[in-house]
Design a protein around this ligand. Structure first.
Ligand code: FEO
Ligand code: CA
Ligand code: CA
Ligand code: CA
Length: 674
């Protein structure tokens, strides 16, 4: 085993991306007890799986097909279309190999790379001489969430993506030559995170895209871009600082990880590991619960930007202004992006929206921290077709819930090995516990503002179920069923930490699992649900105890550490991974998973990303036989001048260092096509 996570996640990733969250004390020390509710046979696995697609399509929203597209309810009773995108699964690629692999018959090329010039006046990327002004006008680093919106004619598109963090050790030589150079680097990093919006064009459907330099909608969001806070906590004392005495506007967004695309054409992005950018007293219960510490930060921005030093009365609330779901309208380059306090503050992986049958917007979001929680927001107001201005207010007002799971098998059968209980599945019922309802706090002793700013503490009090790191949480547009990627939790069941439970059934869960949630009456606004585990990930060939909903273990691609989720038009689930399977380690990949009938639980690997990289932001346009991924932190375990990856500018025969101009890895968005 390499380090404290499964497979190949490196110490570099842990330090730069998550502020070493996994090697520090667990943030959630609440005494939240394990909740178990033995329920009757009506909630058996057969029933849970059999509810299936029929009858719930009215609640679903079809995938976006273009910037102006709005949600359309699919006709009830019509099953998913047969998907295209036929492929023969690739074999897993050894982690020592630096290559990007796709199935036979497919080709790939980068669409946008770190440093690509986005505007007419943008300097060309110059790897050896990068500067902050250039970076602000170029594509950012470590792309994560990705959306490709298409106009109806298929020839124009709009790419939206976020940039989570930077890898200084492979961007620059080890030591800056001077204090001035060190400051310039910090400024480059500030301009390399955030978000990008870039127009695309191509000759026809199914053909690879090119990005349009200098296009009207191209935009960079950096730490200097102003965001407006919305919802009940906006303007509250908890969000006021000396620089923003009204508590209503925040410069920039941080730690943007996964996201989601709304039915009204905007893009959501989750502020995840924001804590690592702030230096605080580190003494309050709130600081501790959010992993805020007193050490100097890895980025060091507190040296010249006082807001990252939260140890003064003037800046104490600065960290309270990050940790939200942000919403960006990519069609309006002048728009002020928003931070929605109604969805709570935690390490949001992302958020995904579905329109319920009664017209309310329902957003699901996970808190990616060991033993943290799964949340659901239900809008007060209803979605209106073709009214983007109205729909952009939906996430500003509504009810917030947190999930509690109860299993239906005896505790003795959930023994921590991953062995399937005697009723044939890991399953049970769940409850959405209220945190804020009809504008009022549902948590004793906490105001609405406190619930929305210190959401983790509110959820502790409510008695939520501690999960194995919820990453992407996404409703399937074809069925309304919700999928939760629990990426891993090596602390599950050890050292007096929370024990295994039926929803998190493996001790030292290093490979992760996928939860399937079926809302009561297939109503996305319901306050109770049924659930089951779609799979326990791992590599059966290496003896891992795995479960694939009964699909033969010897016929699946090994998969570990599920992270981002997406769906194709046939309703298949696609999973990208962050942490390859098992001891020898494979490169991360993208996997297709069947959800219904005989295909349920069948895992097939579609692509593999380069050495040290993570597969992010999958976008599946199966009707065009195209797939897009954001390749994050390729070559992250290398160093400047001794790189472990030369992605994406390989010479045609692969392998050896790139085409001459950039002899270093560049995080990039890749398009795969036939
Ligand atoms: Fe940034 Fe939860 O992965
Ligand atoms: Ca069970
Ligand atoms: Ca992620
Ligand atoms: Ca997703």
């Amino acid at each position: 085993m390499l380090g404290h996570t499964r497979g190949k996640r490196s110490a570099v990733t842990c330090a730069l991306k998550c502020d070493n969250a996994c090697s520090k004390a667990v943030c959630n020390t609440s005494a939240n007890s394990y909740f178990r509710d033995i329920v009757s046979a009506e909630f058996s696995r057969r029933t849970a799986l059999g509810a299936g697609a029929a009858g719930v399509l009215g609640a679903a929203v079809l995938a976006l097909s273009g910037p102006a597209t709005t949600a359309a309810a699919a006709p009830p009773g019509r099953g998913p279309k047969a998907g295209r995108l036929a492929f023969t699964p690739i074999a897993p690629v050894d982690a020592a190999v630096d290559s990007f692999d796709v199935p036979a018959g497919y080709d790939w090329e980068p669409l946008l790379r770190w440093g690509d010039p986005l505007f007419a006046d943008s300097p060309e990327f110059n790897f050896g001489a990068q500067n902050a002004a250039a970076q602000a006008r170029q594509f950012g680093y470590n792309n994560d969430y990705l959306e490709i919106l298409r106009q109806p004619n298929g020839k124009k598109g709009l790419l939206v993506c976020n940039h989570e963090y930077v890898n200084p050790e492979i961007m620059f030589p080890a030591a800056p030559a001077s204090a001035a150079e060190e400051l310039e680097r910090r400024n480059i990093f500030r301009n390399a995170v955030g978000m990008s919006v870039v127009e695309l064009e191509r000759s026809n459907r199914g053909k690879p895209w090119s990005y349009v330099r200098g296009a009207k909608l191209n935009r960079r969001i950096t730490l200097d871009t102003v965001f407006e806070l919305t919802g009940p906590a906006a303007g509250s004392d908890l969000l006021k600082t000396a620089a923003d005495p009204q508590g209503r506007y925040v410069s920039g967004t941080l730690g943007n990880c996964a996201g989601g695309s709304t039915p009204w054409g905007t893009v959501l992005s989750g502020e995840e590991n924001f804590n690592g950018f702030f230096r605080t007293d580190g003494t309050s219960a709130e600081d501790k619960r959010y992993g805020l510490g007193s050490e100097a930060t890895a980025m060091g921005w507190e040296q010249e930007d006082p807001r990252f030093d939260a140890r003064t009365p003037e800046t104490r609330n600065e960290p309270n202004r990050f940790g939200y779901i942000v919403e960006l309208d990519p069609e309006d380059p002048e728009s002020v992006p928003r931070k929605h306090t109604s969805l709570g503050r935690f390490k949001h992986e992302g958020a995904n929206v579905i329109i319920a049958r009664n017209g309310r917007a329902v957003a699901y979001s996970g808190d990616d921290e060991r033993f943290d929680y799964l949340y659901k927001f239900v809008s007060k107001n209803k979605y209106r077709k073709n009214d983007k201005r109205h729909n952009m207010t939906l996430l500003s007002e509504g009810d917030l819930y947190v999930a509690r799971f109860a299993g239906n098998s005896p505790e003795s059968e959930i023994d921590g090995t991953g062995a399937v209980p005697s009723d044939g599945g890991f399953d049970g019922r769940g409850t959405w516990l209220p945190l804020v309802v009809r504008g009022k706090s549902a948590v004793a002793g906490m105001s609405v503002e406190e619930v929305l700013v210190y959401t983790r503490l509110a959820a502790d009090k409510a008695g939520a179920t501690k999960m194995d790191r919820c990453e992407d949480v996404e409703p399937n547009p074809a069925t309304g069923h919700v999928y939760v990627a629990c990426t891993n939790n090596s602390n599950r069941g050890v050292d007096g930490k929370a024990p295994v439970d039926e929803a998190n059934p493996r001790r030292e869960n290093r490979d992760g699992h996928i939860v399937e949630i079926i809302e009561a009456r297939d109503d996305a606004t319901a306050t109770d649900f049924r659930w089951n585990l779609l799979m326990l990930c791992g590599d059966p060939a290496q003896g891992d105890v795995t479960y694939f909903s009964g699909y033969p273990r010897d016929k699946v691609s090994p998969i570990s550490c599920p992270d981002n989720l997406a769906f194709d038009s046939a309703g298949n689930l696609w999973i990208s991974t962050d942490g390859a399977p098992s001891g020898i380690g494979y490169n991360d990949g993208l996997f297709k998973v069947g959800l219904s009938g005989r295909e349920r639980g069948r895992v097939e690997q579609f692509l593999s990303v380069p050495r040290d990289g993570e597969t992010c932001g999958p976008v599946i346009h199966d009707e065009e036989s195209m797939v897009f991924v954001a390749v994050q932190h390729p070559g992250e375990d290398g160093s400047y001048g001794a790189h472990t990856s030369y992605f994406p500018d390989y010479v045609p025969d692969g392998g050896t260092p790139g085409r001459g101009e950039v002899r270093a890895p560049r995080p990039s968005v890749v398009q795969v096509f036939t």
